[in-house]
Design a protein around this ligand. Structure first.
Ligand code: SF4
Length: 447
């Protein structure tokens, strides 16, 4: 595997950082190269990531059963109310449906849910095969919506219709479809976009905002529900955490509802501090700004002794990062920098040019930056750069373990929060526990 070479068509998506910033950038935000075995998920999965955490929504996956099982209960989004969202409903299309059409099965599935469960909101995901056979999902949803007086919203997400980013966009369109006609009275407060309440992270952010006197109107989509989402047009500011999945929604809400937005990140001390202060500034709320300064100072001083203790074990180590979006990669580079850990490989599934420009400005010379990587590339560059730890998600975990490299799960399956000051402690403990675990010594001996 040492000699694995990068596919010719993939070379433009990989960059070795040079002195300063090249300014030429690298290719990104494009469809995956055929045959490259991308780590990305499909369009449907991208849409499901965004919409799944709405706690009282029903999700009907119109397609073969496999598409539904792909996301069944593997997400760590928590709920303070309903837990319906943990289920997938599938039309389970078979061969005869593919030949004669699947609209009847979709109609039956919606009718079953409408009569048995009295839903307020149903999302219907069109998967690959539905895109091929051309079922009129829009028409079925419209008819059922009218018949049962509920919201039945189509999500156009055939897996082959683009990449995971397209799925995010389709989910944002579905959310806009839900909220665009709502006109609640305006009130001072924010919507949080792009936080999915993984291990309760939305609750941490809401608590911080409450402590500095800022109210949260709605959240997209962690621990949200139908009624709460309809309130979102009342907000005076949108704060966007996962920019990759939610900037499109923020743009539409700005254009169509006049709600401005700022991008934030609550990963790491530096980004959490600056995000809270910037939110107060964007709301032109001097009292909240002062409170944010005082609060972040106090929280930082509370966790500093523990972080400093672990820092001694980590300084001089090397990290590889491969995550979904650019905002998380940027925060992670800063977090590692703070801990004295050098980022030697960094990539994302759906980063944009502006994300990679920031990444390039943050990392040291010769760091490998790559977009839409595959396992062979990750293996090659982690070995070449002698990374001590990989930060990634469920698909990257086995790769790291097989190579005898420590791993930190920073994706949707994890069970502990990594955002805010509380999350920084969890992050440092996990990085330390994984990098300095004695098991790696035995791995080296047996490899
Ligand atoms: S939508 Fe297509 S690519 Fe996605 S899980 Fe279903 S069959 Fe696979």
């Amino acid at each position: 595997m040492e000699n694995v070479s990068v596919l010719e068509e993939r070379k433009d998506f990989i960059l070795y950082k040079q002195n300063g910033c090249s300014g030429n950038g690298m290719r990104c935000d494009a469809n995956s190269v055929s045959g490259a075995v991308s780590q990305r998920a499909c369009v449907y999965c991208g849409a499901r990531v965004v919409l799944n955490p709405i706690t009282d929504a029903f999700h009907i996956v119109h397609g073969p059963i496999g598409c539904a099982s792909y996301t069944w209960d593997i997400r760590g989004s928590l709920s303070s109310g309903e837990d319906l969202y943990r289920n997938s409903f599938s039309t389970d299309l078979r061969e005869s449906d593919i030949i004669f059409g699947g609209e009847k099965r979709l109609t039956a599935a919606i009718e079953e849910i409408a009569t048995k469960h009295q839903p307020k909101l149903i999302f219907v995901y069109a998967t690959c095969i539905v895109g091929v056979i051309g079922d009129d999902v829009d028409a079925v949803c419209k008819t059922m919506s009218k018949k049962y007086q509920i919201r039945v919203i189509p999500v156009k997400s055939p897996g082959f219709s683009g990449n995971k980013s397209v799925g995010y966009k389709m989910a944002c369109n579905a959310i806009m479809e839900l909220i665009k006609s709502e006109k609640p009275a305006k009130r001072k407060g924010v919507n949080i976009l792009g936080d999915f309440n993984l291990a309760g992270e939305m609750w941490i952010i809401k608590d911080y905002l409450k402590r500095i006197g800022i109210s949260v109107i709605s959240g997209f989509t962690g621990d949200s529900n139908y009624e709460n989402l309809l309130e979102s047009p009342a907000a005076t500011l949108n704060v966007v955490q996962c920019a990759g999945s939610s900037t499109y929604l923020a743009n539409r809400m700005e254009e169509e509802m006049g709600i401005p937005f700022i991008k934030v990140s609550f990963f790491g001390i530096e980004d959490t501090t600056s995000s809270l202060i910037r939110i107060a500034e964007a709301l032109q709320d001097e009292e909240a700004r002062q409170k944010a300064i005082a609060f972040t100072k106090e929280e930082t001083s509370k966790i500093t002794p523990l972080v400093e203790r672990y820092k001694k074990n980590l300084t001089g180590k090397k990290a590889a990062i491969y995550v979904g979006g650019g905002f998380k990669a940027i925060s992670l580079i800063r977090q590692f920098d703070f801990l004295g850990v050098e980022t030697v490989v960094v990539g994302t599934q759906t980063g944009k040019k502006e994300d990679y420009d920031i990444i390039e400005s943050l990392v040291s010379k010769d760091t490998v930056i790559l977009d839409d990587a595959n396992p062979a590339e990750l293996e090659k560059f982690m070995k070449e750069k002698q990374a001590d730890i990989l930060v990634g998600g469920v698909k990257e975990r086995p790769l790291a373990y097989k190579l005898g490299i420590a791993f930190c799960d920073h994706n949707h399956e994890r069970k502990h929060p990594l955002s805010g000051f509380d999350g920084m402690i969890n992050f440092v403990k996990e990085i330390n526990g994984s990098i300095n675990n004695p098991v790696w010594k035995y791995m080296e001996e047996s490899l």
